[in-house]
Design a protein around this ligand. Structure first.
Ligand code: SF4
Ligand code: SF4
Length: 326
């Protein structure tokens, strides 16, 4: 009996049905999230795409051109969200930013901050400011020990310097220019605390100690996949963490799940409902690549590819690339 009950709630679609909510379907697609490649200057413990300095997968010129054409022909796509790896390391990064901004679209850069100090990236911060790019910067804590436990030695000081640099350029300066959002994720196998409380802590600590300003703090739950899953396994915590996610299922998060309005594009052009599905190779139930998609309206109502990792998005206050959901 106990086993049967456990099986039922461990199944994401069954959990949705139990709350009268399934099956999950796509709504209108408004954000094109492009993972431009897996190369990164860091190799963080929690990284769900297992990015690192030795990865070579990268979006090429044909796909860069295709991304801009799809944006041009789909006015409903209001945002180009660039992620990676460190997106700035891709040789087509600036072309994508310039092209999308010239089309009047919002561009977001998911920036790890340390990249701004790497050789060859000296002009990147100024370029982001000049193009009016909204920066989403990962900073898993406001203390040095916690940040470096997750992201490696010397990452904290460079992250702080990076934030101050962006502020000086008017990003996150609170004067109506481009925004600067920070991303928090727990340093272990637990759920993030309330987003508004953490945001107040970050604002106080970063403001008082470093004079840093930012717009919003986004809390993101660690997904039990890839590098974080291997870490959990090594510590014997994988099952307990999955149970934590399942037991904190919150039906109020479902309507706002990011897979409903985001289309995730991989470095090779393949399409997914979200970046996590991309990391797991769970394809979109629709066209295989961006080269076969002309009109994003055709994606509305497609069933979303779900699996047990989806509990990572619906636990507690919920989690997405835009932070908490409920
Ligand atoms: S900075 Fe981001 S992309 Fe790079 S390894 Fe860390 S989590 Fe992955
Ligand atoms: S992992 Fe999250 S965003 Fe992706 S399909 Fe599942 S619920 Fe949606």
């Amino acid at each position: 009996m106990a086993l049967a009950a456990h099986t039922a709630v461990s199944d994401f679609d069954a959990m949705l049905r139990q709350h009268g909510q399934g099956p999950l379907r796509r709504a209108r697609t408004t954000t094109l999230q492009v993972n431009v490649g897996l190369r990164c200057d860091l190799a963080c413990h929690h990284c769900h795409v297992e990015a690192g300095p030795k990865r070579s997968e990268a979006l090429g010129p044909a796909l860069a051109e295709r991304v801009l054409r799809v944006l041009e022909h789909n006015p409903g796509l209001d945002t180009l969200d660039l992620t990676g790896g460190a997106p700035e390391m891709n040789p087509h990064f600036r072309e994508l930013v310039r092209g999308a901004r010239a089309l009047g679209r919002r561009v977001m850069d998911r920036c790890n901050l340390t990249i701004l100090f790497r050789e060859g990236q000296e002009g990147t911060a100024a370029f982001l400011a000049e193009q009016g790019v909204d920066v989403v910067a990962s900073l898993p804590c406001y203390t040095k020990d916690n940040v470096e436990a997750q992201r490696g030695r010397h990452t904290f000081d460079r992250s702080i310097e990076g934030l101050r640099w962006l502020n000086r350029l008017g990003i996150g300066a609170g004067d109506g220019g481009p925004s600067l959002d920070l991303v928090y994720n727990p340093v272990g196998a637990f759920l993030p605390g309330p987003q508004s409380e953490l945001e107040a802590d970050y604002r106080r600590e970063l403001g008082e100690h470093f004079g840093i300003r930012f717009d919003r703090l986004l809390t993101i739950t660690n997904m039990p996949i890839k590098r974080f899953a291997h870490d959990l396994e090594r510590r014997g915590e994988r099952e307990a963490y999955q149970a934590l996610l399942v037991n904190h299922f919150n039906p109020a998060t479902v309507d706002a799940l990011m897979c409903r309005n985001t289309l995730s594009v991989a470095w090779d052009g393949r399409l997914y409902d979200c970046d996590f599905n991309q990391a797991l190779g769970l394809r979109l139930h629709g066209p295989e690549t961006l080269f076969e998609l002309d009109d994003v309206e055709q994606l509305a109502e497609l069933p979303i590819h779900t699996a047990s990792h989806c509990f990572g998005c619906t636990a507690g206050s919920g989690s997405s690339c835009g932070g908490a959901l409920a």
